[in-house]
Design a binder for this molecule. Sequence first.
Ligand SMILES: Cc1ncc(COP(=O)(O)O)c(C=O)c1O
Length: 426
Amino acid sequence: MSDLADRAKRVLSPVLGHYTWLPLERGEGSWLITKDGRRVLDLTCGIAVTPVGHSHPAVVKAVQEQAAKIMHMNVGVATTEPAVVLGEFLGEVLPGGLDTFVFQNSGAEAIEGALKLARQATGRESVIAFRGSFHGRTVGALSVTSSKSTYRRGYGSLMPDVHFAPYPYPLACRIAPPHDEDACTTHALDELDAMLEHEVPADDVAAVLIEPVLGEGGYVPAPPRFLAELRALCDRIGALLIIDEIQTAFGRAGAWTVAERQGVRPDIMTLAKALGGGLPLGAVAAPRELHAKWQTGTHGSTFGGNPVSCVAGLATLRVIKEERLIERAETVGRVVEEELAPLRRDDRVRQIRRMGAMIAVEFADKGASKAAIAGALERDVLLITCGAHDQVVRFIPPLNIAEEDLRRGVRAFVEAAKAVQQPATA
Ligand SMILES: Cc1ncc(COP(=O)(O)O)c(C=O)c1O
């Protein structure tokens, strides 16, 4: 154990879970360099935060220049340019008239803001969320989270009037086999109807909140039919559709947003992670007319829209646009899929799935997934898991990763996964 890890264990709370204790000196594009000079390929992007790699020169330059100008001004006290320019940029790349923003510091805060906006604008209270979703750790965001029951342990009552419907996740579907996507989607929609019939009056529903690809819950894309039905439902009952694109936006899923890719119009979109290009930043995006219903002074934040975070985000989004990294996400995803092919014949691999450069290998149990990522790390490749039982290994490579590095990294993982699966015969 390194000295840094020992010191970290003394000062950082044991409440924080850790995939590894790698003691980092710096990041360089797709690579992490440890204190003792080891180079580790980062296929996590720090959980989907650094799509253009670590410390990209354009992002570093923007941060340095802004830091030398002004690092903080509360948005309510005076106006700085970066949040405005970022808002203008987002208005151009986001779908469906999402042109007005409240900037926040994190994904959970963006979710809090979205829930408050939905409740105030509709004058209704109920929120429908989906089983397996992850929306954050603050009390409101945790109330709509159900990817793992452990996240709620010991916290007692959370925000009331939240109701969970099944997410169309065929491998986790509780109906009798065959669990194909279509049957699973129909089942999820039927359950939603039953919820409205028996538990939640339709005209009490303020919002339906969904991740268009389950993130922490297992990297599971929602079928376009499901998203279209949610849009139609919201229109029918007068509820707002909140699409949480905190983990999926800005090229990761092969489009600026999954909403655009799947042709579904959100009323509210939540953004964070890649939005800040490595610095803390979140946003509640909605059309101007909806934001106009949010009473002035009823929401706010000291740091939200921090100018240094905004320039880091803006520089990142410009690199994505100029270097055509959205198109590249598809190539990156295909390369990972190609290299994973040997695992398709493996009994302990239940499914390999992807959207853009969000790739998942679902194992039959968490023993196999955990052992595979441990083996990958021994081979200097960093990967993390997701899913209710950590049974899924997720690949979140930088969108500008060199193809050679990516191929080598995925091969190392495949080798590690195979080594785990044949321990007795090896
Ligand atoms: C889809 C989604 N929503 C919300 C969050 C919460 O974001 P944060 O950790 O920045 O609060 C996450 C974090 O993983 C996420 O993946």
